[in-house]
Write a protein that binds this ligand. Structure first.
Ligand code: NAI
Length: 699
């Protein structure tokens, strides 16, 4: 049973016991109902208290049951709440630590609520594309007031219990406990005081009105529309709360249910739920169990204080870990420190960082020119020039000085991590930590698992990633790892689109309308067009048979490397990021097209998007089949957190699944038949072809 039942004198206490957060899974729901039945049948029991064991009252639905029949099996949450609400003996919810989603809805079904200070209270369903589905939209406005309730439901954000208790007229908490420690005693006292009260108060019977009525809801609707244009759930939150003010309780409940079920089937909800589980799944590695011991990381060394080294350092300083930066020259160290200071000062200026915090962080940072000073660091991350010779020299020195057991990581974006590991006598301690630029901002961290990387090193790096608030995804060793290997194909396809008739603006606009943060050409300008150029030059030698558009090379020959030089596919004004179309670039594209004898054709936005997204999908299928990525959802996480793929589409793999892999393959056959495209490019990866033929999906 996932709840304990115990009688304290004349009060029965039901304690949810389903670690880690007392999720309301089937066995917990059954245990609550059984507890209530037992208490009602026992004449010695006058009242009940419901609370949660450990670190939560209840975190809501049990995510392990998501999408399984258990999630809706009776007693479902609505039935459990109804059992509590209709209990003939008073039920007190003793809320502490966390009461979220279904957990809060459960408490709202009790007759009385007492809360410990510091508890996080939320209805976060909107974050997975839903509205609360067990009465939250009908009961919370009655208990808390319409406006604060709607704010909580639309934002999904948690608010501390003591803040809510201060709202005038609120009936969410009948009482605040003096402290978390005294909560249970106070809850028992409250239960005894209320033992003889009849009729028992129910939140559903409270009045629910907003003084401005329609005007308020119109205003709320406009606000929400502006903020959440690609998400259907937030406006439905408004509809549901409005219903609480206009309909009878039972009708409001029916309406909430209808909205909930309709949302459940939207692609946006599916995408958000997918990412919610994908995020958790990404931190799990099949052959590295959660019980794997991790190495203690208390101090960090970083080699190279350039663009990446400085950003990487900030992550650790922000997390309170001391960082030592090593460079070959004092000037380089000074430059690196100045950049870090500039970044922090910008945050202070915007009010995002307090002066004292800034000082604390800088105090954790030290520099050196000597490897000897690094020897005690627990983790060292190399971020020097992307040349194998330089990496070799660095790793040989690290091998010579670092203490045994130190984790040696490389931030390389293209080089072979196995080869780097083999420069040392301890390849088991070597791993790739591929940060994304700007490293202090971007959420993604690709953890590159070498063939000899030890399991505890992997577990350690995953734990470190969590500490510095990154989304870590494990990648095998290959050129470009998961993200950049896919983006190379996307870039190639973007080049073909220019040759056939598109302008850079047209491509970017289509992709941005699809929901990407940035189209491929604006992204190239941001990352630096010279980086792609260098990679292509290598490819021309390694893979001479591979077809590339030369347009991007011509752009680089014009010196248009991107934002850093004020000009790329677009022009940029100093200090601004607005992309301004440039006539010379347009002329170059037209001229190059003419030199190939191509007559421009009008290409639809739909074709642009399909060609670009499916080029990601096809490469991803190779990556999955080769085992470079362990699961399709990992690839989705990479694209959502590192490449600005629209969240509400759930990542390239889920998008392809939603389109239907059969349709994806059909489209690829059509593109392959276009003589200006590349038939080889559009050959479906074997895994994709197989899944499509079998009517299956990636996820
Ligand atoms: P950068 O050129 O800005 O910085 C490299 C720094 O390393 C310079 O400050 C240089 O003085 C220093 N350095 C060079 N040789 C050294 C040595 N032997 N010992 C100590 N310091 C040395 O380069 P960036 O962009 O920071 O790249 C560094 C690494 O990060 C490369 O491996 C790159 O592929 C990778 N990377 C770069 C990304 C980017 O967007 N710039 C993204 C992800 C990875």
């Amino acid at each position: 049973m996932s709840a304990d039942y115990k009688v304290h004198g004349d009060v029965a206490v039901i304690t949810l016991n389903n670690p880690p957060v007392n999720g309301l899974g089937l066995s917990t729901r059954q245990a609550i109902v059984a507890g209530v039945e037992q208490a009602l049948a026992d004449p010695a029991v006058k009242a009940l208290v419901v609370t949660g064991h450990g670190k939560a009252f209840s975190g809501g639905a049990d995510i392990r049951e998501f999408g399984t029949p258990k999630a809706i099996q009776e007693p479902n949450l609505l039935s459990v709440i109804s059992v509590l609400e209709n209990s003939s003996k008073p039920v007190v919810a003793a809320v502490h630590s966390v009461a979220m989603g279904g957990g809060l809805e459960l408490a709202l079904g009790c007759h009385y609520r007492i809360a410990a200070p510091g508890a996080n209270i939320a209805l976060p369903e909107v974050k997975i594309g839903l509205i609360p589905g067990a009465g939250g939209t009908q009961r919370l406005p009655r208990a808390l007031g319409v406006e604060p309730a709607l704010n909580m439901i639309v934002s999904g954000e948690a608010i501390k219990s003591e803040m809510l208790a201060m709202l005038p007229g609120q009936k969410l908490f009948d009482q605040m406990a003096a402290s978390p420690e005294s909560l249970m005693d106070e809850a028992l006292t409250l239960a005894r005081q209320m033992a003889d009260v009849r009729p028992l108060p129910k939140v559903r019977d409270l009045p629910c009105k907003h003084p401005q009525g329609d005007a308020y809801f119109q205003f709320a609707r406009n606000m929400v529309k502006g903020m959440a244009k690609n998400y259907p759930a937030p406006p439905k939150c408004v509809d549901a709360v409005e219903a609480a003010t206009k309909k009878k309780f039972a009708d409001g409940m029916t309406y909430e249910r209808e909205l909930f079920i309709n949302l459940m089937w939207t692609p946006e909800c599916r995408a958000l739920r997918h990412l919610f589980t994908a995020q958790r799944a990404a931190s799990k590695i099949a052959d590295v169990p959660d019980t794997t011991p991790v190495r203690n990381i208390q101090s960090v060394a970083i080699i190279g204080a350039g663009t990446m080294g400085g950003g990487i350092a900030m992550n650790f300083l922000n997390a309170g870990l001391p960082v030592k930066l090593l460079e070959t020259k004092q000037e380089a160290l000074d430059r690196g420190i100045a950049t870090i200071q500039k970044n922090y000062e910008a945050q202070v200026k915007k009010g995002k960082l307090k002066e004292d915090k800034y000082a604390q962080r800088m105090a954790l940072l030290s520099t050196t020119l000597s490897y000897n000073d690094l020897k005690d660091a627990d983790l060292v991350i190399e971020a020097v020039f992307e040349e194998m010779g330089v990496k070799e020299a660095v790793f040989k020195q690290l091998d010579a000085v670092m203490k045994p057991g130190a984790v040696l990581a490389s931030n390389t974006s293209t080089l072979d991590v196995n080869a780097i590991a083999n420069f040392t006598q301890r390849p088991q301690d070597v791993v790739g930590m591929h940060f994304f630029s700007p490293a202090n901002v971007m959420k993604l961290l690709e953890v590159v698992r070498g063939e000899k990387t030890a399991k505890d090193v992997l577990a350690t790096v995953m734990a470190v990633a969590k500490k510095i608030k990154k989304t870590a995804v494990v990648s095998g060793v290959c050129d470009g790892f998961i993200g950049n290997r896919m983006i190379e194909q996307y870039g190639r396809q973007a080049g073909f689109l220019l040759e056939e008739g598109c302008t850079p603006q047209q491509v970017d606009k289509a992709v941005e309308k699809f929901g990407f943060a940035m189209g491929p050409f604006r992204m190239g300008d941001l990352a630096g067009n010279d980086i792609g150029w260098a990679i292509r030059k290598r490819r021309y030698v390694e893979k001479p048979q591979m077809k590339y558009s030369k347009t991007a090379d011509l752009l680089c020959e014009m010196g248009r490397f991107g934002q850093k030089v004020g000009k790329g596919w677009y022009d940029y004004q100093v200090g601004k990021r607005d992309a301004i179309p440039n006539k010379e670039v347009e002329a170059m594209v037209v001229q190059h097209r003419a030199s190939l004898g191509i007559t421009a054709r009008k290409i639809s936005d739909e074709e642009i998007v399909q060609r670009l997204v499916y080029s990601l999908v096809n490469e991803a299928a190779h990556i999955l089949e080769e085992g470079i990525a362990a699961k399709a959802s990992d690839i989705d996480m990479v694209y959502i957190t590192g490449y600005g793929f629209p969240i509400y589409r759930g990542g390239p793999m889920l998008y392809a699944d939603q389109m239907g892999l059969f349709n994806v393959v059909q489209a690829m056959h059509r593109f392959a038949a276009n003589p200006l495209d590349d038939a080889e490019f559009w050959k479906p990866a074997p895994l994709l072809a197989r899944l499509a033929a079998e009517g299956k999906t990636f996820n």
